[in-house]
Write a protein that binds this ligand. Structure first.
Ligand code: HEC
Length: 108
């Protein structure tokens, strides 16, 4: 019995890990580790709505890098009616936030 549940756990964890990996695959090699480290990829995809808007839709708003850096630390949910509010990500250092912001505005 114990062995079976251990086996099921292992398979479930493997599937979960693979699922995350597949989503993060969309990002370029230099951005992917940041999206994973700060869990952005759990809520955002490049070109489809997930929990939050697609990064391509964010890019359409033509924000400056500084504006996106500010929005990561202090989101403005009123900019995205119909979405749940994003939690403020105050754990992202400015340097990394700038990299993420430059990547987001580069999307078309
Ligand atoms: C728990 C889910 C979640 C996580 C994690 C998350 N976001 Fe969001 N994000 C959202 C949602 C939902 C919105 C739309 C509502 C809002 O802006 O509050 C959003 C909006 C945004 C916007 C648009 C802001 C605006 O006002 O137009 C940007 C840019 C953004 N996220 C970047 C990021 C980055 C970069 C990370 C990682 C550091 C991240 N998000 C992590 C859910 C998330």
């Amino acid at each position: 019995m114990k062995t079976i549940s251990k086996f099921i756990m292992t398979v479930a964890l493997g599937v979960a890990a693979f699922g995350f990996e597949a989503k993060a695959e969309d990002f370029p090699a230099d951005i992917k580790p940041l999206m994973q480290k700060y869990t952005c990829f759990a809520c955002h995809k490049v070109d489809a709505r997930l929990v939050g808007p697609a990064y391509k839709d964010v890019a359409k708003k033509k924000y400056s890098v500084d504006k996106i850096v500010a929005l990561i630390a202090k989101p403005q949910p009123s900019n995205w009616p119909g979405y749940p509010p994003m939690a403020p990500m105050t754990n992202v250092p400015k340097e990394d936030a700038v990299k993420l912001a430059k990547y987001i505005i580069s999307l078309k």
